[in-house]
Ligand binder design. Structure first.
Ligand SMILES: Cc1cc2nc3c(=O)[nH]c(=O)nc-3n(C[C@H](O)[C@H](O)[C@H](O)COP(=O)(O)OP(=O)(O)OC[C@H]3O[C@@H](n4cnc5c(N)ncnc54)[C@H](O)[C@@H]3O)c2cc1C
Length: 525
C-alpha cells in the first residue's frame, strides 16, 4: 500500500492541472493515476494528425447507445486514454465560451462560479503568444500556451470574407466575454505543435519528489473507511491511500462511472447493476449534455485544402520550422451565430475546416473539399451515463439523448442554412463545387432534417454527469465535494452544471485551477 495526501484519478485536462498545482507545496505528497500510457506518439504533436489517434490505444473508443433522434445510429465517441487525456487528442481549439454560460453556473452553484468569478482562472492558466487584443484578454504567464493559428489555409480567408459579407461582426479576439461574430481560432499550440495539459502542467512538475505519476494503472473503485473515502484500488489490486482526499478527474464518462462502481449514485440503478449502495445521489450520470455537430461539406476544385497534406515536404517543413499545413488544427476559424435573431446570445457555432472532415477524419479523403461544421451550442436534449456492468472493464452505457428535444433539430437546420449561405458567397467561388456525402446539397427542410439525423456526430464535449450545485440534489457541492461521503471531490468536465457556448477544454482547465485553490484553502481551514 502506498500513502499520499492526495490521490488524483486521471491525468487528463483537469488531472494534470491538479497534480501540478497541488504538488507545488513540497510538504504535500500527490499521486496521479492514469489508465492510459505516456504521450509518446508523434501524431500527438502534429496538430493536423489528431484523427490518426482515434481507435488506437490512446482512445477509450466508446460507442453510444442507439440514438433514437439520429435514426437509431450508435455513435463513435472518442476520449483520450493517455497522459494529457483528451487534451492530447483534441482539436486544440481554446474557446472559453460566453459570459451567460458562467453566469448560469453562478446561478446553480454560487457567484464564485459566475463569469467574473471564474475569469481570473482562465488567465492564470493562459500564456498568450500572439499580439493584438489578445494581450488584454488572456493571461500571459500561465502554463497553457495559446497562439493564433500559424499557417491558416488560403480557403480560411474565404470563410472570414464570407462572414464579413454576411454582415457578421469581426472579432479582433475570439475569447472576449461575449463572443458574437467571427474570428480565426486560438489554439493550444507552441511553435505550431500541440501543447497539452501534460506539456503545460504535468511534465514541468514531473521531477518533483512529492509527485508520483502512475501510468497504465486503471482505478477500479474507491476504498472507504466508514463514510470516508480513504483511497483507490487499481485493477492490479494496488491500494493507493489518500490521507486527505481523493480527487476524481476521470472525465465526463470516467468520473460518474467510478462513483457508481463505488456505490454512489441512484440507489435503484445501483441495485439493478448489483452494486451495493453507499450514498444515494440520483443525479450521478444524469444531465449529460454534448455538442452535436453536422457537417456541410462541398468539393473544392483547387488542390489547396488539407487533403493529401501529409507529403514528405510538409512533414519536413513541420519538423524543421513548425510551419505549413500540418500545423492546422483543422477547425481554423469559427463564427458564433443565432438560430433566430431574437436570441440574447448565439446558440450556434459554425466551425470552418479547410478539408472534408467526414466520419471524424478516420478515412483520409480522396478529394479536395471544405467543411462548415454546424454546432448546436445550447442543446435542450440531455442524456445519461449509466452502468452496463459492475466492473470498470465494462464500458458504461452512454446515452446522450441527441435530438430528443424537437427544438434542437430545428435549430441545427437553421444553422445549416447559414452555412450554405456562406458557402454560396462570392468569396468561396474559387473553392466550392458540388456537395460531398453525407451532406445532400441544398434540399428542402424535411430532406435536410433527415440528412442531419442520418449523419450528425459528436463534437466531443460531454459535460454535466457529476453536476455541481448549491442544491442538495447536485452530485458535488460548490466546492466540488461529493455529497454523501467525505474525502472525495470531482474535478473535471463532468461538474459543469451547463454546457458552454464554446469548447470544453479551456473551461475544464479553469475549473481545475479554481479547484486547486479550493482544495488548498480547505486543507488550511
Ligand atoms: C477528439 C476530441 C476533440 C476535441 N476537441 C476540442 C477542442 O478543440 N477544444 C476544446 O476545448 N475541447 C475539445 N475537446 C474536448 C476537451 O478536450 C475535453 O472536454 C476536456 O479535455 C475534458 O477534460 P477532462 O479532464 O474532463 O477529461 P479527460 O481529459 O478525458 O481526462 C480524463 C482522464 O482520466 C483517465 N481515466 C478515466 N477513467 C480512469 C480510471 N478508471 N482509472 C484511471 N484513469 C482513468 C482517462 O484516460 C483520461 O486521461 C475534444 C475532445 C475530443 C475527444
Amino acid at each position: 500500500m502506498r500513502e499520499y495526501d492526495y490521490v488524483v484519478v486521471g491525468a487528463g485536462s483537469a488531472g494534470c492541472v491538479l497534480a501540478a498545482r497541488l504538488s507545488e507545496d513540497p510538504a504535500v505528497r500527490v499521486a496521479v493515476v492514469e489508465s492510459g500510457g505516456r504521450d509518446r506518439r508523434p501524431e500527438i504533436r502534429i496538430p493536423a494528425a489528431f484523427p490518426k489517434l482515434f481507435k488506437t490505444s490512446y482512445d477509450w473508443n466508446f460507442r453510444t447507445a442507439e440514438q433514437h433522434g439520429l435514426g437509431g445510429r450508435e455513435l463513435y465517441w472518442p476520449r483520450g486514454h493517455v497522459v494529457g487525456g483528451c487534451s492530447s487528442v483534441n482539436a486544440m481549439m481554446w474557446v472559453r465560451g460566453h459570459r451567460d454560460d458562467y453566469d448560469a453556473w453562478g446561478d446553480a452553484a454560487g457567484d464564485a462560479w459566475s463569469y467574473d468569478g471564474i475569469e481570473p482562472y482562465f488567465r492564470r492558466a493562459e500564456r498568450w503568444t500572439g499580439g493584438g487584443e489578445g494581450r488584454s484578454v488572456y493571461g500571459t504567464r500561465g502554463p497553457m500556451v495559446i497562439s493564433p493559428p500559424r499557417d491558416p489555409n488560403p480557403t480560411t480567408a474565404a470563410f472570414l470574407d464570407a462572414c464579413r459579407h454576411a454582415g457578421m461582426a469581426e472579432l479582433a479576439e475570439l475569447n472576449v466575454p461575449e463572443p458574437d461574430g467571427f474570428s480565426l481560432t486560438p489554439v493550444n499550440q507552441r511553435a505550431g505543435r500541440r501543447w497539452s495539459t501534460a506539456d503545460g502542467y504535468l511534465k514541468p512538475a514531473a521531477r518533483r519528489r512529492n509527485l508520483d505519476i502512475r501510468t497504465g494503472a486503471r482505478v477500479r473503485r474507491l476504498a472507504f473507511e466508514g463514510g470516508r473515502v480513504r483511497g483507490v484500488v487499481t485493477e492490479a489490486g494496488t491500494v493507493l491511500r489518500a490521507r486527505r482526499e481523493v480527487i476524481l478527474s476521470a472525465g465526463a464518462v470516467g468520473s460518474p462511472h467510478l462513483l457508481m462502481l463505488s456505490g454512489i449514485g441512484d440507489p435503484d440503478h445501483l441495485r439493478e447493476a448489483g452494486v451495493p449502495v453507499r450514498a444515494a445521489s440520483p443525479d450521478v450520470g444524469r444531465h449529460l449534455r454534448d455538442h452535436l455537430s453536422t457537417a456541410v461539406t462541398v468539393r473544392c476544385p483547387l488542390p489547396v485544402t488539407l487533403t493529401g497534406a501529409d507529403t514528405l515536404a510538409n512533414v519536413a517543413r513541420f519538423l524543421l520550422a513548425g510551419r505549413g499545413p500540418l500545423t492546422s488544427n483543422v477547425g481554423e476559424a469559427v463564427a458564433f451565430v443565432r438560430s433566430t435573431p431574437d436570441l440574447a446570445a448565439p446558440d450556434l457555432e459554425l466551425i470552418y475546416a479547410p478539408g472534408p472532415f467526414v466520419d471524424h477524419g478516420l478515412t483520409p479523403p480522396a478529394e479536395h473539399g471544405v467543411t462548415i461544421g454546424v454546432i448546436l451550442l445550447q442543446p435542450a436534449s440531455e442524456g445519461r451515463v449509466s452502468l452496463a456492468g459492475d466492473r470498470v472493464g465494462v464500458a458504461p452505457r452512454i446515452d446522450p439523448g441527441y435530438l430528443t428535444d424537437a427544438s434542437d433539430l430545428r435549430r441545427l437546420v437553421a444553422g445549416v442554412r447559414q452555412a450554405e449561405a456562406l458557402l454560396a458567397d462570392r468569396a468561396f467561388a474559387p473553392y466550392t463545387a458540388g456537395p460531398m456525402a453525407p451532406y445532400p446539397g441544398v434540399v428542402d427542410d424535411e430532406a435536410l432534417a433527415r440528412a442531419v439525423r442520418g449523419s450528425a456526430q459528436t463534437l466531443y464535449h460531454p459535460v454535466g454527469t457529476c453536476r455541481m450545485g448549491a442544491d442538495e440534489g447536485s452530485v458535488t457541492d460548490p466546492r466540488l465535494r461529493v455529497r454523501g461521503v467525505e474525502g472525495l471531490r470531482v474535478v473535471d468536465a463532468s461538474v459543469m452544471p451547463g454546457i458552454t457556448r464554446g469548447h470544453t477544454q479551456a473551461p475544464t482547465v479553469a475549473v481545475a485551477e479554481k479547484a486547486a485553490e479550493l482544495i488548498r484553502q480547505d486543507a488550511r481551514a
